[in-house]
Design a protein. Structure first.
Length: 297
């Protein structure tokens, strides 16, 4: 059976059915999903009750994976015991290494709160993220949705004057900038040095569609060559513009959902839930955007 693609939003996002990722997929199905991602940027595949090994195997069809262990080393957390055995899986949950719900004072709770800001995965690395895949293993009874914003459509809607203003501009992205904005965890100097900032163009051409997209979000601390306050004001203006309701899709999770999004032309954020009362067990793989590793500002 061929994948069935059903649009979920007037600008982007599609549901993909007729695919069982618990089994190896053929090249035709693989390419159909890739074409859907190029067009829609976010794809929802419901009813995918996958083991971690199956999620990893599917993800690897589309490129090399960033590992949670690499990120942990850079952020000073490599010594922490992991709940999930596979380093290719990012533990996007409110659970500790023993499977219990984390308390409000847990450092990782503060870092998780930063995901409620609009962001793109791995923007703080020069080799940033191509796609992310998030799989729902357990969800709370209310809240914990994920919102996505279409930054291609947002760029298209900018005035010609703003498009001209953005030409050739680079922003600096820092891992720690987003946590600081929420008043969260304050890194040590060693941790700051372990994550040197990355530089990315404010407008990038999306290779799959050939369309321009804004590349902004909470990791962007300032614009290179612009007074800090002026650059931060421009970044805030662009984020506010790109997250207007007409550019946003909100996904309400069901167990077994697999949502894939293209970080090169979307932003996303988590929404709150009663995180000290209910389990939210989500597992993410992240495909590295190899083309960005060689870019410098």
């Amino acid at each position: 059976m061929k994948p069935v693609i059903t649009p979920l939003h007037q600008l982007f996002v599609a549901k993909v059915t007729g695919v069982d990722l618990g089994r190896p997929i053929d090249e035709s199905t693989q390419r159909a999903i890739e074409r859907a991602m190029d067009e829609y940027a976010v794809c929802v595949l419901p009813g995918q009750h996958l083991e971690d090994e199956e999620l990893i195997a599917f993800s690897r069809l589309y490129g090399p994976l960033e590992t949670a262990l690499d990120i942990a080393r850079k952020s000073g957390a490599a010594s922490r015991k992991r709940r999930i055995a596979y380093s290719e899986i990012f533990d996007i949950s409110n659970l500790d290494e023993n499977g219990g719900i984390r308390g409000e004072q847990d450092v990782r709770t503060a870092l998780r709160v930063a995901t409620q800001l609009w962001h793109t995965d791995l923007a703080f690395l020069q080799g940033s993220a191509k796609w992310s895949m998030l799989h729902a293993k357990a969800i709370p009874p209310a809240g914990g949705d994920t919102e996505f914003a279409d930054t291609r459509a947002a760029y298209d809607a900018l005035t010609d004057a703003m498009k001209t203003r953005l030409e050739g501009l680079f922003a600096e992205h820092s891992y720690w900038h987003a946590t600081a904005k929420r008043g969260g965890y304050v890194p040590t100097e060693d941790e700051r040095r372990s994550y040197p900032p990355a530089r990315h163009k404010l407008v990038r051409r999306h290779p799959g569609s050939g369309r321009n997209a804004l590349y902004v979000a909470s990791y962007a601390s300032h614009i290179i060559g612009m007074p800090v306050e002026e650059g931060q004001a421009l970044l805030a203006e662009l984020i506010e513009f790109a997250t207007q309701p007409q550019f946003v899709y909100r996904h309400t999770w069901q167990v077994g959902d697999l949502v894939i999004w293209d970080n090169r032309c979307t932003m996303h954020r988590a929404t709150p839930f009663a995180a000290t009362d209910h389990v939210r067990d989500m597992r993410r793989t992240t495909i590295i955007d190899k083309a960005q590793e060689v870019l410098v500002g």
